[in-house]
Each structure stands twice: as structure tokens, then as C-alpha cells.
Design a protein around this ligand. Sequence first.
Ligand code: GLC
Length: 534
Amino acid sequence: MAAWYQTTTIYQIYPRSYKDSNGDGIGDLQGIIQQLDYIRDMGFETIWLSPFYTSPQVDVGYDIADYRNIAPEYGTMADAEQLIEEVHRRGMKIVFDMVMNHTSDQHPWFRESCTSRDNPKADWYIWRDQPNNWKSILGPKGWHYCEARNQYYYASFLPFQPDLNYRNPEVKKEMFDTCRFWLQKGVDGFRLDIFNCIIKDKDFRDNPFSLLHPIPSEEYPGGNFQIRKYSLNQEENFVLAQELRQVVDEFQPDRMLLGEVFGGHENVKQYLGKKQDGLHLVFLFDILFFKFKASYFRKKIAEFEHHYPAPNIPTIVFSNHDQLRSMRRIGNDMQKAKLLAMLQSTVRAVPTFYYGEEVGMTNGYIPIKEGVDAMCKTFGWVPQFIADRLPVAINRDVCRTPMQWNTQKNAGFSTADKTWLPVNKELDNRNVAQQLQQPDSLLHTYRSLLAIRKKEKALHQGDIEIINAGNDQILAYVRTFEKEKLLVFLNFSAKKITVQVKQPVQELVFALQNVEFSPHTYILSGYNGIILKI
Ligand code: GLC
């Protein structure tokens, strides 16, 4: 039998933006608890929460100052425990975010580490008398000076997020015990923040300069004329994945590790372990930058199948809290959004959805100069008109605006006069309440698709085979589980296209829009998609 994490669907919640229960303009844990029935009724099976631990919130919680406590604006430990329990009571799973690579510079460990070269935490971070040439993964320098020690510390991300030193066994033990702490509370696993950055070259060899890599890419993260050969994806990092797996394997029922790792398939797949003894899942981020074309997805599916054959399983994600929402890539078109949702829930993958994607939320417009996101400081020099045209977000506020629940004040997110980020000025009916009333809404498309996916083993457990539908604009595949076979056709064009089906069809399981058909012929209108049982 397939494990739950292989068949599941994931719904990412950014706690600050989901639902504010106490009117302070900031989303919180009780707010999420209030919405659990909605999440279950939608059909999402696993919730992943971005961090809500104690933090100065400079990187909105990805800068942790106490791993075993809750930031007061989100609630209390009792709220976190209640959340876990309430999720389980509804038959869902819940995964927390674990930021193992770095702490906040306000964490007591770092404060102590900074004071001298011989305090008890002196060796908990990565200190050097002289920096080598390593840049951060964002591009700028990675080393930062500390006067009290007359030394430099390394930060893979932003300067206030010093990297922990996992070559110190005390650090590793403390962080593994932190994971145990939450696993004992019943959490079903972790999404692991920039996990591929954790272990660096022990000799601190300089990274190679490369004229060919000015811009970051999935294969060569960081860019800035440097290949991160010695600061990312080290062999020992793959081993760390296996060690962490052993920690979660101490717990029953099964828990799950989902890695935020990047740097090309050859690296990324190694985190899974040769014998499926590493992380359970890894994000495959390049698809976030999809082209809305059947040929693009045909190639991607083949590539994913090649690198992550069963029993591994690819993940598919189109939006998250770091990137522009996928709506931008499809020109805010709801028909295209439905087709994408259909692809995401029928292809062989664990789909990860981002809150608000189910109602077609778009990116907010928040100029860099008004941004809350700490990256705005790093990239404040970029002229706004260029930022508006970049394929990546350098002010991540735009994809983190409050969830749109209804047409009331602040879209029903909060009763406060000012919310932590402005609610997006929305197009038409992109909120839950209105779409619940409209049977043909995007929200209902998600609901139907998730229900079918849950019911049909071929969709949540089956193999996949791409087939030729006789037209390049149609993406077609068969999902097979034992004797069950489902055929999926997705029309990526605005035009009507006719497809022929040779086999006898038992049932038209699902269609995005009306279809005309005769026994062996199906006429798909523009952006229509169908599932046939054969
Ligand atoms: C990851 C998170 C991002 C955060 C960064 C540093 O990429 O997704 O939001 O800022 O790591 O923790």
C-alpha cells in the first residue's frame, strides 16, 4: 500500500495572511482552526504551515529565535496543540516548517556566540577570521563582520540569518531533538527550509567564478558569476537527509520530510536516498516558471518521470510564498487556471497548492519602497519598472497578501482597520464566499478534481504514460492502477480540438466544460479538459 505522503495533496498556509481571529490585522493559529472545515471540505489532505515560532519576524518567521515556542501574535503552545488535534480529528495531516539552516541573529545562541571566541556557543555558527569568496544564495556577499570576535560569520540567505554549524555535534543533536519535540506533539512531518545549504565544504574552498552564470537558475542557484560548488548540495548534506530520516522513523504512524532543495535534478534527487532512505519528497521548483503550453508540460512530465520514477514521486507546485502567483503567468485567466488545477491534480505527483490559488488570487501591487519583505532592503536599488517585469519576486509581499474570504471588510480576513499587508484590490469574484455560490467557479473545479483524485486510485497511485493525441496543443496521458485506466486530455489552446479515442470508453468521469462526443470522438472547446475511464 502506498504511504499517505505519496498519495496526498498539500495546501500551504502562510499563517500571517490566512485568517485573523483577534482583530490585530495579523493571521493567527485560532484563525486557521476556524477554517479547518473549509479546508477539509475542499478536499485538501495535508496542511503545510509556514513558520509561526518565536521570531523577530524580519523574514516573517523564517528567522527563528526560539524553535520550541510560538510567536505571541500567532497564539500559544496550547493553540498549536489544538491545531494539530483539530486537523487530525478531521482526518487530515499537518506539516510544520523547519528552518534548520539558520536562526535569527536575535536567537540567544547567536547572541552568545557573538560575544567572544570561547563562550559555550562560540562554535555553534560558521565563523572565520577571513571570509572566502562564497556569496549568499540571493547573490550578494555571504560573510558578515562581528566586531566582538573580530571574525566573520556566514549567512546563506539574508545577513540577519546566521547559518548554524552542523559540524558541531551539539548543534545537530539540538536541532534533531527540536524535530523530535514537535513529532512528539503529533505533527506529521516537516517542510525543510533551504535544506541543501546546510553543510558546507569543510575546507572552505573558494567557489568557482563563472562568466556564464550571471543570473540564478534552477541548475545554478545564486548566479552572480559564481557556481555554488562548495556551499550547496555537498555529499554530506545528502547524508544529513538520511540521518534526519532516521529521526522521523523513530515515530509511528509514518511522518514525512519534504525538502526545499534546488540545484538541478542530479543533486536534488540525491536527497531522496538511493534506497528511499532520505527525504520522502523534494520540491521540483523549475515548474513554477512554466510556460502555458502542452509541449512544455509534456517535456516536464517526461523529465520528472525519468529522474523520479516510482517508488519516488515528483511534487508539482505553481505558486508559493516566495514567488509570483501563477495567475500572473496565465494572464489572470480563470479558464487557464482551471486547466492548470486539472493538470496538477491528475498528473503523477504530489500537488502542493498555495492558499488562495483555489479562488484565483492574483499578486498584489506593493512597490518595493513600501515593502515589508526583508528582501526589499537587499534589492531596494532595483528600479520599480524593472521589478514589475521580472519573472521572480524581489518584493515577496505581492504573493503574501491576505486570503480573500468574502466581500466584507478586508475580504473577511480581519476586522482590523489596518492589516499587516494590504488586502489585494481584486478582480471580479476572487473570494471563497462568492465562488461557493457559483457551481462553475474555480473553487468548485478544485473541489470536484480533488474529490475525483481521492476516489480514483489511478489518479493518486497510478503510473503515468504520455500519449500522442494527434495535436501538439493537447496534453494527454493515461493513468493506470492495476486494471483501472483513466485517460486525461487537456486542451492548452483557445481553439476547439477534436480527439479520437480508439478504446471503448466506460465513462466520462469529468469535464471542465461541456463536451460534444460520439463513441470515439470528443470535441474539446478551448482550455477544456476531460477525464475518461477506459
Ligand atoms: C526559504 C523560504 C523563504 C525564506 C528563506 C530563508 O527559501 O521559503 O521564505 O525567506 O528560505 O529562510
